[in-house]
Design a protein around this ligand. Sequence first.
Ligand SMILES: *Cc1c(COP(=O)(O)O)cnc(C)c1O
Length: 415
Amino acid sequence: MTTTDTHGRPHPSAATQLHLSLAETAIAHNYEPLPVVLASGQGAWVTDVDGHRYLDCLAGYSALNFGHGHPRLTAAAQEQLARLTLTSRAFHNDRLGPFCRDLAELAGMDLVLPMNTGAEAVETALKVARKWGYERKGVAPDRATVIVADGNFHGRTTTIVSFSTDPVAREGFGPFTPGFRTVPYGDSAALEAAVDENTVAVLLEPIQGEAGVLLPPPGYLQAVRDVCTRENVLFIADEIQSGLGRTGTTFACEAEDVTPDIYVLGKALGGGIVPVSAVVSRHDVLDVIRPGSHGSTFGGNPLAAAVGHAVVELLRTGEYQARAAELGERLRGRLDELVGHGAVAVRSRGLWAGIDLDPALMTGRQACLRLLDRRILAKDTHGSTIRLAPPLVMEPTQLDWLCDQLTEALTRPTG
Ligand SMILES: *Cc1c(COP(=O)(O)O)cnc(C)c1O
């Protein structure tokens, strides 16, 4: 029997308490995790140190699109772990070529530049775009600018936070990298007006994830594509979170039949097992990178390439994209019912949703605590928004259960 506090919430067990106190004393406080300590996972489920099971509706911010412990992915990792894990790029390895060939083909591009984390891939794309601007477009030395959108999230490096519009992400981290121009997200006229002869690229998320799963107005991506083509500017699509099946298509840009000049990929590319990121583009763009001008000790390592290749093989079946689209329809129907019942607005594409709560009722954090009591893991963002990104392998019945719990968490006065 569990004892409960005055709110009916179970007291943390000794095992949970140990890890919560270690988090206080031994882990830098760069996150504020919900009070649950996870120990194992399978498919869409995770289990805490006390044996309680939760439906994982964050899925590692979409790094776990294929769920926990996907048999094809863990097999690829285990097999490679026993064979060869790291060579450095000073030598070839027998996993990288096939991975890059098939990823390029999946993206309809020519070349892949492998990195590790998302932020590194974004940095890589920015370096590529600047060099492309100087060598191919003829921009005057050190004058290149990149246009970005407000509300963006592209990672945490000093250059990337330089063009963040989130004060918390920037504060105390200057001096910042120059060369960025910010325009409102979703406004293609503002974007066009910001382009000048020094503009080398536009860097955008096709759907802004961290901002709360914000969808741009219909036609926006196409309009951005048109401006970039007309002005000889590279369109860099940061599909680190939106890509690889999440929205019901391989890439979120497909919703408007748009092909960017550069895809930036990460998160799910590593199958939730190892960090794998990539810049995927055409010869005429990526050829500006030559030996010595860019690299990474771990980028393109055989373990990462084996897992990434297995991810590409899953995506080539189209099965996961179709699943995200079908489950997404089902989710959408249920989310719409929440508007006026705890939620003021809902947005979704595929199996990815942002729910703006009525701030008078509760904060996003409070909603996530209520969901935690109901054995659902979800994450808040920007005060009163919660976002859902469950693994694409989840069953329709699990999705229904999630929606039931969500409805009750938002509409019941307590719990
Ligand atoms: C997560 C994310 C990143 C950064 O990826 P990291 O692996 O955390 O460095 C960049 N862009 C987008 C859109 C993301 O969601």
